[in-house]
Write a protein that binds this ligand. Sequence first.
Ligand SMILES: *[C@@H]1O[C@H](CO)[C@@H](O)[C@H](O)[C@H]1NC(C)=O
Ligand SMILES: *[C@@H]1O[C@H](CO)[C@@H](O)[C@H](O)[C@H]1NC(C)=O
Ligand SMILES: *[C@@H]1O[C@H](CO)[C@@H](O)[C@H](O)[C@H]1NC(C)=O
Ligand SMILES: *[C@@H]1O[C@H](CO)[C@@H](O)[C@H](O)[C@H]1NC(C)=O
Length: 340
Amino acid sequence: MNFTLIFIVLLTLQSITTYSLPFVVFYGISDSCSNGAITHFTELLSNWSGSSGHCIEIGNGAWDSWFMPFSKQIDFACEKLKKMSELREGYNIIGLSQGNMVGRGVIEFCDGGPPVRNLISLAGPHAGIASVPFCGSGILCSLADCLLKLAIYSNFIQDHLAPAGYIKIPTDIADYRKGCKFLPVLNNEVHRNCTLKKRFASLENLVLILFERDEILVPKQTSWFGSYPDGSFSTVLPAQKTKLYTEDWIGLKMLDEAGKVKFLNVSGSHLEISTSEMKKNILPYLVDNVSTTVTATSTSSDLLWPLSVRDFDQESNGVVEEILQLHTHAEKASLRLWKF
Ligand SMILES: *[C@@H]1O[C@H](CO)[C@@H](O)[C@H](O)[C@H]1NC(C)=O
Ligand SMILES: *[C@@H]1O[C@H](CO)[C@@H](O)[C@H](O)[C@H]1NC(C)=O
Ligand SMILES: *[C@@H]1O[C@H](CO)[C@@H](O)[C@H](O)[C@H]1NC(C)=O
Ligand SMILES: *[C@@H]1O[C@H](CO)[C@@H](O)[C@H](O)[C@H]1NC(C)=O
């Protein structure tokens, strides 16, 4: 009998490994899959979860992350993902900062792509970023505002500078709605497209990780779909108080009410995360949650073995605690240029 039991357990362990969904990583601006920190991050999560992890390179990496508009980045990613037969049964996406724009784009626009189960978002600029909050009053700021008005939402900038696609200046909402070519579409802000909403709302888990000391995303609450109210920099609205949520443009409210949105926070600066924070906030969503309960029928009392219940915090023994910095220095420097 013992032998049978061991056999069943082995079989179950086997099936857990086999059914663990693969995941893909979309890196942030100025980055590429060759960044050692991203390779390390992907490998750690892959080792811990027993699922295969893939970093998806878009075009030639750093350069295209800046200058290829998102519609093209997303088409590129979509074609690549469709060719990966291992994703056919479904997969999870991990988005790093700007990589979340590509990840969400894949979920919403990739016709015929493999199904996405969970989106795990680290420091995603979901509700846009406003880059001039530190600009006070005075002539310099008026000039800056004016230049931004002329430039950021112009066709030329929109077609040639990817991050311009998610810059949302609260004091310039009319031009944003008219000229910004990416975020208003992604967030179903101007024209509501129910296909996009249906696709986004089909996620099993939307895991939104905010970095408490984030100084690159302004406001940092954009990682939780929070944003400045139209017309003002004075306060930050939590997601639940925004129209995106209350009018449910893309299904965020629907997902939240179903308990599928996890608003998580970690203590680091932009994309700075420790291995224990990765285990607590990311790993549970990479491990298959199908309950693998084994019933050994030959015993007099049924033996239930819920193998899927695992506490990863308990498994840190033997793993050295490290802090990973998942963006290149260039990102910090370059995005800072947007501030005045
Ligand atoms: C992942 O596991 C492989 C095989 O056991 C090992 O060689 C590699 O060093 C591990 N990677 C990390 C980042 O721990
Ligand atoms: C809605 O979005 C889908 C996916 O991008 C697209 O195929 C469809 O044409 C859009 N519908 C409308 C009415 O714009
Ligand atoms: C587990 O999977 C089911 C569907 O298979 C899904 O509805 C649920 O949200 C998942 N839960 C977690 C914690 O992944
Ligand atoms: C997360 O947010 C809560 C509430 O603001 C705060 O008490 C907690 O310290 C934060 N966690 C981290 C890791 O920063």
